[in-house]
Unconditional design. Structure first.
Length: 149
């Protein structure tokens, strides 16, 4: 299959497909006598795996390690280990995002409920003090929690 057809089927730009080929993620490419690329039929699902994995947060290097080495199949243990590592990374990121959200909500609440007559500088100091207290309390709480598996 030529690159134009593959681009149309996959929804990817030809330049993106050539990039994946140059990166070694697509290996089933032959050259015709006229120089055109000839992609194997399974290239479409490989592109789906690559784009899906990127959307899930995998780097190209991680994807390269997880893709099948050849047409015979996957390296199951490496694939499973890589997927589990990514889930753990996502859980850690979710925790960080939840902490960031809580801090932002605390700042918003502090600004919206600024005591009457209090200046912005004094309110800022009050908010910074509250954020430090929340940070210390959150850090103390996370020490007692065992990491999820």
């Amino acid at each position: 299959m030529r690159i134009g057809e593959l681009a149309k089927i996959s929804g990817l730009a030809p330049s993106r497909i050539r990039f994946y080929e140059a990166s070694g993620l697509i290996k089933s490419v032959a050259r015709k006598a006229n120089g055109y690329r000839d992609y194997a039929p399974d290239t479409e699902w490989v592109l789906e795996i690559i784009t899906g994995a990127q959307a899930a947060g995998f780097s190209l290097e991680e994807i390269r390690k997880l893709l099948p080495m050849n047409a015979d199949g996957w390296q199951q243990e490496e694939l499973l280990g890589g997927l589990k590592r990514k889930v753990t990374e996502i859980e850690i990121l979710q925790q960080r995002l939840a902490q960031n959200k809580a801090q932002l909500l605390l700042v918003i609440e502090g600004i919206e409920s600024k005591p009457e007559g209090m200046g912005c500088v004094d309110n800022t100091q009050l908010l910074l003090h509250r954020l430090r207290e929340e940070g210390v309390a959150a850090a103390a709480g996370t020490r007692d929690v065992a990491p999820s598996k």
